[in-house]
Design a protein around this ligand. Structure first.
Ligand SMILES: *[C@@H]1O[C@H](CO)[C@@H](O)[C@H](O)[C@H]1NC(C)=O
Ligand SMILES: *[C@@H]1O[C@H](CO)[C@@H](O)[C@H](O)[C@H]1NC(C)=O
Ligand SMILES: [Cu+2]
Length: 183
């Protein structure tokens, strides 16, 4: 029983990853830049990022780069110790864990000018493929109720009600048979 549940949960996670993997170009047609005055906070707020999705930073590497940083460094535009730096001009980042991911351009002044991005990847079990209403896509990671994975499974109430359902079906069949013989 438990093994079955684990397997079906694992399948669900895999399906989620496969069905929802998307590629988002940061800043859409404007790309990763300071010229167009893109509001990257607004851009990110219009998307729902899932594990397995990819964000693509496209920019002229002569003028910009991409630094992945901590929240503290993001807030202060501190470029001294980035987690990683990309400089190809066409950098894709696959999102492999949930929570916030912080990026900015490390060229002096660019982060301060707004070339910074905070992506929030929602928790994988907060959305299910079939049973959830669309509202869930705009929900915050606060929906961490794990049983919301939609498994119609072995909660104590279900387990207890199963024998009574069987009993009801059996008694219905018995009464039908008796009714047939009696007529
Ligand atoms: C930037 O962060 C480093 C630690 O990573 C710290 O030593 C330095 O003081 C910070 N600089 C500023 C201007 O906050
Ligand atoms: C950037 O990389 C993506 C794949 O990561 C590719 O599909 C795209 O064609 C590349 N764009 C440029 C301008 O090289
Ligand atoms: Cu820049």
């Amino acid at each position: 029983m438990a093994a079955k549940i684990v397997v079906s949960l694992a399948c669900m996670v895999v399906l989620l990853g496969l069905s929802e993997a998307a590629v988002y170009k940061v800043g859409d047609s404007a790309g990763w830049t300071t010229i167009a005055n893109v509001d990257y906070k607004l851009w990110a707020s219009t998307k729902t990022f899932h594990i397995g999705d990819t964000v693509l930073f496209e920019y002229n590497p002569q003028f910009h780069n991409v630094m992945r940083v901590t929240h503290a460094m993001y807030r202060s535009c501190n470029t001294s110790n980035p987690i990683s730096t990309s400089t190809t001009g066409n950098d894709s980042v696959t999102l492999t864990n949930h929570g916030h991911h912080f990026f900015f351009c490390g060229v002096p002044g660019h982060c301060m000018a707004g070339q910074k991005l905070d992506l929030n990847v929602i928790h994988p079990v907060s959305s299910t493929p079939l049973s959830d209403p669309p509202i869930s896509s705009s929900s915050s990671p606060s929906t961490t109720t794990i049983p919301a994975a939609g498994v119609p499974g072995p909660s104590p109430s279900h387990a207890a009600s199963l024998p009574s359902v069987v009993a009801a079906v059996v008694s219905l069949l018995v009464s039908l048979v008796f009714a047939k013989f009696a007529s």
